[in-house]
Design a protein around this ligand. Sequence first.
Ligand code: B16
Ligand code: MG
Length: 210
Amino acid sequence: MKGIIFDLDGVLIHTDELHYQAWKTVADKIGAPFDRERNNLLRGVSRMESLEIILQGVSQKYTEEEKVSLATEKNGVYRNLLKTLKRTDVADEVRVTLAQLKAKGLKLAIGSSSKNARFILEQVELIDEFDAISDGNNITNSKPDPEVFLKAAEYLGLDEKDCYVVEDAAAGIQAAKAGGFKAIGMGEAAKDPRADYKLSTFSDILTIVS
Ligand code: B16
Ligand code: MG
């Protein structure tokens, strides 16, 4: 294996919690039921598709314009939360593991559905650790479509069969397998039977690749 493609939210950093808080603000405002279980359905899914999942809980119909406005409002709350992120929001275990993977000669990429991925990576001073970044800005179809990972492999100059994908989302594991990658599940996705490997802690990746 020559490369590893990392999902961002919920894998390298706990921005999944900030997504939850931002969507909760919008959901409470419109009276949509929203809890952590429903939030798990939003992992890896695009902003507009996430909103559609939340709106399944209300009878009111929203126009496209109103939906864009709600999604924009959520992103505003989320961006304000992201501004508080700093270097120490990435665990030492993550930084050390990434450095050790690089030292083994593996190429590292980001494969995130988020349009805020670069902003997050800059905030936490992680952006220079990656050889390529594929995110919500360079794709048409979000996970479970494999596009974001296929683009990441292309940017690395690698074949999908030579790359692992590390994911915390069911949609992400599905995308990785659809693209022909080896899937490593962590967090929620560690329970997914489609994952080829499961992490109990981030540094377990070192054992998988050795
Ligand atoms: P944004 P990932 C995904 O990131 C999140 O898991 C998902 O909850 C979010 O809706 C999506 O990014 C889009 O994010 O609104 O910032 O463009 O897990 O693929 O890194
Ligand atoms: Mg994720």
